[in-house]
Design a protein. Structure first.
Length: 355
């Protein structure tokens, strides 16, 4: 019989718990979103997030067990995100995981959130991460192209990364500039999907240079300048809302620029690495235009594209369980003295975690 893993994820503003088996099959994945709590502030407020995690973590674990029709006593392992993320939020998840580990008598394993995003690609598809492969990690805090050469320590290699803003951060900031609210990615995705008119030409920073690096802050500034110009052209106040069709045009043109750069750099990385599998992971990988364009590139390059369904791209605990199982199987459990590490970096090179 397959082992069952309880996953816990509280690195940012979602309180997540999941039950996954050792073959990567997801029995339940519960996501307690705090969007409503943070929306009025236009972004995540760390103190509000950790308090909400404290209230929500036990109900989330209970719901995950109930949905999977299992008991805590059926779990063979508890896996939890230990960083990167907000320190207060991470602590709530880690303390819950430690309590379960000690109380139930099962091993505990701490997981790098970015490693977990990559392992989303193994969910409901056999439980293994395809190697060698190139992985585009695009989230609220990260934009990286990683060559996964093996699943053991130090076997990931960084091919490129953002030099300033992360792709998700750019989506969130532009949504705020356009008055579209938080979180920006899904809203811009939705607004852009409905737009069929002529687009604006925003810059594609670093798109054609010979690196696999990214830069998004200039694009965000270009959008802000455009909005300012249009406001003054229309005689609106500094914070006045642009007409709906202009908001849609701006959002769609911004998204097209981001996706163009992400896709061009990913194509470059796949060619350079000479692999035949491409993985996309992280919240921005839920973007409908990016998904479509990556599938076209994969077809064009004759490589296999592994892109988890949107619910496993954005933060969830099923990916933590999958990554945790692999880490436990290869490196064993962590002790109850495990601590959070809010500034844990991308899992590559010497000292990094397994892909
Ligand atoms: O991976 P994730 O859920 O959390 C982090 O680890 O950061 O990613 C969140 C980011 C946010 O910036 C959000 O706006 C973005 O992913 N995002 C999207 C979409 N869904 C979430 N960006 C573009 N299109 C989407 N559909
Ligand atoms: Zn994430």
């Amino acid at each position: 019989m397959r082992d069952l893993i309880l996953g816990i994820e509280t690195s940012c503003d979602d309180t997540c718990a999941a039950v996954v088996d050792s073959g990567g099959h997801v029995l339940s994945s519960v996501i307690g979103s705090q969007t409503d709590l943070h929306a009025r502030y236009g972004g995540v407020v760390p103190e509000v997030a950790s308090r909400a995690h404290s209230r929500n973590i036990v109900p989330a674990v209970r719901a995950a067990l109930e949905e999977a029709a299992v008991d805590l006593g059926d779990m063979a392992l508890v896996a939890v995100t230990r960083g990167p993320g907000l320190v207060g939020s991470l602590l709530v998840g880690l303390m819950a995981a430690k309590g379960i580990s000690w109380g139930v008598g099962i091993p505990l394993v701490g997981v790098n959130h970015l490693t977990a995003h990559m392992w989303a690609a193994a969910l409901d598809s056999g439980g293994d991460l395809p190697v060698p492969s190139v992985c585009l990690v695009v989230s609220g805090g990260h934009t990286e192209l990683i060559l996964i050469e093996g699943l053991h320590e130090g076997e990931g290699r960084l091919l490129g990364q953002t030099r300033d803003d992360a792709a998700g951060e750019a989506f969130d900031k532009v949504a705020r500039i356009l008055g579209l609210g938080y979180p920006g990615g899904p809203v811009i995705d939705g607004v852009a999907r409905g737009f069929t008119g002529e687009e604006l030409t925003f810059p594609r920073p670093m798109k054609d240079d010979d690196s696999c690096d990214f830069s998004f802050s200039g694009l965000k500034t270009a959008v802000a300048l455009h909005v300012e110009e249009r406001r003054s052209g229309l005689g609106l106040a500094d914070t006045g809302a642009l007409p709906e069709d202009e908001v849609a045009r701006t959002a769609a043109s911004f998204q097209r620029a981001v996706v163009d750069v992400l896709v061009a750099k990913t194509e470059r990385a796949v060619r350079l690495a000479g692999v035949d599998t491409l993985i996309a992971a992280g919240g921005v990988a839920a973007n409908s235009e990016l998904r479509l364009r990556l599938s076209e590139v994969a077809e064009h390059l004759s490589v296999k594209l592994v892109i988890p369904p949107p619910r496993y791209c954005t933060d969830n605990a099923a990916m933590v369980a999958a990554a945790g199982y692999h880490k436990f199987a290869t490196r064993g459990a962590d002790g109850l003295d495990l601590d959070v590490d809010p500034s844990l970096t991308v899992p590559v090179g010497a000292g990094g975690e397994p892909g």
